[in-house]
Write a protein that binds this ligand. Structure first.
Ligand code: PMP
Length: 430
């Protein structure tokens, strides 16, 4: 038998399994989850802001009053009452749809998987932002897509770069199947596309005949004004819109959804059935009961306030403590800011020293498939209390200062470990 001593089955795996790799930095994150470390790494929602008693009552009512439905298999498309309620939620970002247009999924992560399964053959191109969401990159790699990054600026995906990428890809005879974008409160870049930018991107996709995969788990978590209007609100045929209750209710319930044009939706239901038969009836009914009986819009406001306070703590302390030459994005919502280190510093190489100094972040390389991002890191402010965030930034600033001294003395930091192209962090960091 071939393979290795550690895994005798390695020669039996499908080629797609080769693209499924854990990060070399995973071991470091085991250390980083120790309580003395301030983790600015994880993207975990602060579920403690949700009253647990109320959630327990909701779940109990579902079991007592509709137990025979909640504990049974359900529809592959998802519970019809929940699909109707999802219309109210997506109405907040201007999406008007019919319950038939919605497919409930096991988190929006599952929707990413199903859409890719339906659209992409190995070698098909998916255009993604530079940087992009780790969990989506993992899906695209698992389906052996050719992932190409497209430049972003302070307003997200750059339209001219998108057009150029489409032209260049087609010129070498490849098919672009999807444009994957996170227009609102981007993970990890922390930026948001304005209305004009969205219109430009939509026009480019329409004229090229390429579907947009719009991923919007953070759209209702803005810190000022109305939630940004979804791209899908202006095109029901060309955009597949993904939403989730993970950040507005509870990520542990694993309920998300796709809004898709008719034909795509039929395929997604079949793909959902073959993957999981049906999404969990119990958690769908729990969400449905919560939406029907609780002031969910008020709860979203509570989440917004919690995250705004933490965003402010992050930005104020970055401003006060970071050495010159360090820059970062200013998120108007969501969970993340994207930091760029001074020239010559390497976020991947620096991570062990940061963890030794009791602060953790995700190095930028994890958000690219092509080794970019060495000078960057993602900072999450969603989970730690504001004081811990300030302490984390203080520790991080000290590490960057001492790296800068090394660079100024020796012209370089220590040789960076080579994580290129395989640095997909573990899922809990998403
Ligand atoms: N898309 C993005 C951009 C995300 O950040 C996440 C989770 N961090 C997801 C999708 C998946 O979320 P879920 O499966 O919990 O809905």
């Amino acid at each position: 038998m071939g393979g290795s001593r550690l895994d005798p089955w390695v020669d039996s795996y499908a080629s797609r399994a080769k693209a499924m790799r854990a990060s070399e930095i995973r071991a470091l994150f085991a250390v980083a989850s120790r309580p003395e470390v301030v983790s600015l790494a994880g993207g975990m929602p602060y579920v403690q802001a949700l009253p647990v008693e109320m959630m327990a009552d909701t779940a109990r009512r579902v079991l007592y009053e509709r137990g025979s439905q909640a504990l049974q298999y359900g529809s592959g498309q998802g519970d019809v009452t929940l699909r109707e309620q999802i219309l109210d939620v997506i109405g907040e970002v201007g999406v008007i749809a019919h319950p038939d247009d919605i497919v409930v999924t096991t988190g929006s992560q599952m929707a990413l998987d199903l859409v890719t399964r339906v659209f992409c053959d190995p070698g098909d191109v998916v255009l993604v932002e530079a940087p992009s969401y780790v969990g989506a990159l993992g899906v695209f790699r698992a389906y052996e897509c050719d992932v190409i990054h497209v430049a972003m600026d302070a307003e997200g995906l750059v339209p001219s770069a998108l057009s150029d990428a489409i032209t260049a890809t087609r010129a070498v005879g490849k098919k672009v199947k999807l444009i994957y974008t996170i227009p609102s409160f981007h993970n990890p870049a922390g930026v948001t596309q304005g209305p004009a930018r969205r219109a430009e991107i939509l026009a480019i996709a329409q004229s090229a005949g390429i579907a947009i995969l719009e991923d919007d788990p953070y759209g209702l978590l803005g810190f000022e004004g109305e939630p940004p209007r979804a791209i899908r609100a202006d095109d029901s045929d060309g955009v597949i819109y993904l939403g989730s209750f993970s950040k507005t209710i509870a990520s542990g319930l694993r309920v998300g959804w796709a809004v898709a044009p008719h034909g795509v939706r039929e395929k997604l239901v079949l793909a959902n059935e073959s993957a999981v038969l049906c999404p969990s009836n119990y958690t769908q009914l729990t969400i449905s009961e919560y939406l029907a009986t609780q002031p969910w819009r008020e709860q979203i406001k509570t989440f917004q306030e919690v995250y705004r306070e933490r965003r402010d703590a992050l930005l104020e302390s970055l401003q006060a403590m970071m050495p010159e030459g360090t820059t970062w994005t200013i998120p108007a919502g969501g969970f993340y800011s994207w930091l760029t280190l001074p020239h010559g510093l390497d976020a991947t190489a620096m991570l062990p020293r940061a963890v030794a100094n009791l602060v953790a972040y995700v190095p930028g390389t994890g958000f690219y498939v092509d080794g970019q991002g060495r000078q960057n890191m993602r900072l999450s402010y969603c989970y730690p209390e504001p004081d811990r965030i300030r302490e984390g930034v203080r520790r991080l600033a000290a590490v960057i200062e001492s790296e800068l001294e090394v660079v100024q003395t020796f012209g370089t930091t220590h040789a960076p470990p080579d994580y290129t192209g395989s640095s997909v962090p573990s899922p809990h960091l998403e």
